[in-house]
Design a protein around this ligand. Structure first.
Ligand SMILES: Cc1cc2nc3c(=O)[nH]c(=O)nc-3n(C[C@H](O)[C@H](O)[C@H](O)COP(=O)(O)O)c2cc1C
Ligand SMILES: [Mn+2]
Length: 494
């Protein structure tokens, strides 16, 4: 157990690019819990949720899943494994993610290869049967079985050839029908509509088990015309190897575990009832709707394929509070990068407040440099690419506030914010069907919108030097007093 690795960075990088290596390393450091014989009908979902009661849950590997081939496995909590734990937390972790995002700033396009482990099994024609793979019913209110949670949906823009990867949930309906829930405006949606506008079916490939780097990049939010493959290659420092799908020609990760390839006709030609599905805000907001579906032409899988699972859970779970699950530091890093790219100066920290998951409640600490600076930060944060979809609250504070401590943020609100003069409310912003606040009528429209509040809980710039002084012992004096008295007073021992 807990065997030290001689080169931690090398291990992390190898694990990031290779699911099976990642699981091997995790097992070596005692970070895997094998679960034999669990029922995919609710029990796997319940065990997963129970694991999130811990701040640092282990990787779960479900084997011998009830009712399925013993060869098929489901792995969970993979990207939050201790394999990737560099010891940072809070803003230090956000800064580490920013550094790895910068590595992807030198993108490396994927490399096409003729063969790969994915092609160990190729199933086509009448033999196609998606029902033979374990697709759990994760939560009691779910309307069906979901094989795609941490999955990547691969599409290609018919105009530019841009290949997009996006993580969108995938429900299994029958042997060769999978629905994909893509919110309006996401890249996979924009691309599929281009095919439909030409009267064509949209070519699509869906991987439901892949390397951690691809799992992470599928949920990342680079702008249009940027291929997530290239960014993932940049992050690994090597090209992602891909094989061309036999039916669509789409590039598919050569070492993926299980991939469905096919075509998605326009909704007027094929729609199926999708959902309900327990969603990350903690509700069943999108209910059940008619969604377009992909007809599967081929299934590719490795021997003993591993599906990677990550169904949403209520954002109050202990494991979601700032760790790698739930993406708080990842999305904070993306927002920080967007703020700087938009030219906002003096950003000292970006965080997402507990309870709001990685999207709803954004907090930005700034070192105020000029009048209007807080406004600049708030307006960009409410509208920039990584943060535009499904937001709610942006709070701008001064940089003496520890934004990873909700009590400190509430103190800033309580003492520096004048609701009448230091608030913006903006209507008509991008949201999705999983937004619980949508009224039944607005939920029925295909492109729902919501509003944002921006709260400027900063000392007003033009009289900030006259703002009342903070009543607290200065940190350096407190330390010197502690040093002087520590040996003598028990309450000072750490
Ligand atoms: C586990 C997980 C599941 C997700 N499920 C969905 C989903 O069902 N539909 C959706 O539109 N976005 C979903 N997302 C968010 C998208 O992956 C994210 O918005 C991403 O930017 C989409 O890629 P795109 O920007 O290329 O469209 C999910 C994210 C994660 C981490
Ligand atoms: Mn994209």
């Amino acid at each position: 157990m807990n065997k030290p690795f001689s080169n931690r960075d090398a291990m992390m990088s190898e694990a990031l690019g290779n699911l099976r290596k990642c699981l091997e390393f995790a097992e070596e450091i005692g970070d895997v819990e094998f679960v034999d014989g669990a029922d995919p009908n609710l029990e796997i979902g319940a065990l997963y949720e129970l694991s999130l009661q811990k701040a640092h849950p282990p990787v779960l590997v479900f084997r011998n899943i009830k009712g399925f081939s013993p060869d098929h496995r489901i792995a969970m909590n993979v990207r939050s494994s201790k394999v990737f734990d560099g010891g940072e937390q809070g803003l230090e972790l956000v800064k580490r993610y920013r550094r790895s995002r910068r590595a992807s700033a030198a993108p490396i396009p994927p490399k096409t290869v003729a063969d790969g482990p994915l092609l160990e099994n190729v199933i086509e024609g009448a033999a196609v049967n998606a029902l033979t793979f374990p697709a759990p019913k994760w939560h009691e209110g779910d309307g069906g079985n979901y094989i795609g949670t941490e999955c990547i949906v691969i599409t290609r823009d018919p105009d530019s050839g841009w290949v997009n990867l996006g993580t969108y949930r995938v429900q299994v309906h029958d042997r060769d029908t999978l629905s994909v829930f893509i919110e309006h405006g996401k890249h996979g949606d924009v691309i599929r509509r281009k095919y439909w506008a030409r009267g064509q079916h949209c070519p699509m490939a869906i991987s439901v088990g892949q390397s951690p780097v691809l799992g992470a990049i599928g949920a990342a939010t680079p702008g249009p015309n940027v291929s997530e493959y290239d960014l993932a290659g940049g992050r690994l420092g090597r090209a992602i190897e891909v094989v061309n799908g036999r039916h669509t020609g789409l590039p598919i990760p050569a070492d993926a575990e299980l991939v469905f390839e096919g075509f998605m006709p326009p909704p007027e030609e094929l729609s199926v009832p999708e959902g309900p599905f327990g969603e990350w805000p903690g509700y069943y907001a999108s209910s059940s709707r008619a969604e377009p579906a992909m007809k599967v032409k081929a299934i590719y899988h490795r021997n003993q394929p591993i599906i990677v699972g990550a169904p949403p859970v209520k954002p109050t779970m202990p494991a979601l509070q700032g760790g790698a699950i739930g993406s708080v530091p990842l999305r904070a890093a993306a927002l920080w990068d967007d703020l700087e790219a938009a030219g906002v100066p003096g950003i000292k920290g970006v965080w997402k407040m507990p309870g709001g998951g990685a999207r709803f409640i954004n907090v930005i600490a700034i070192d105020q440099q000029h009048a209007g600076h807080a406004k600049m930060a708030g307006l960009v944060a409410a509208g920039c690419g990584s943060n535009a979809y499904l937001g709610r609250i942006v709070i701008v504070v001064d940089d003496d506030i520890d934004i990873t401590n909700s009590v400190e943020v509430m103190w800033a609100l309580a003492t520096r914010w004048d609701p009448k003069t230091a608030t913006d409310i903006i209507d008509g912003c991008w949201t999705g069907h999983i937004d619980p606040t949508l009224s039944p009528e607005s939920r029925d429209v295909s492109s729902p919108v919501n509003s944002r509040i921006i709260i400027y809980a900063v000392r007003p710039f033009h009289w900030k030097d006259q703002f009342p002084k903070v009543n607290a012992v200065p940190a350096d004096y407190a330390e010197s007093v502690r040093a002087k008295w520590a040996g003598k007073l028990r309450f000072l021992s750490r």
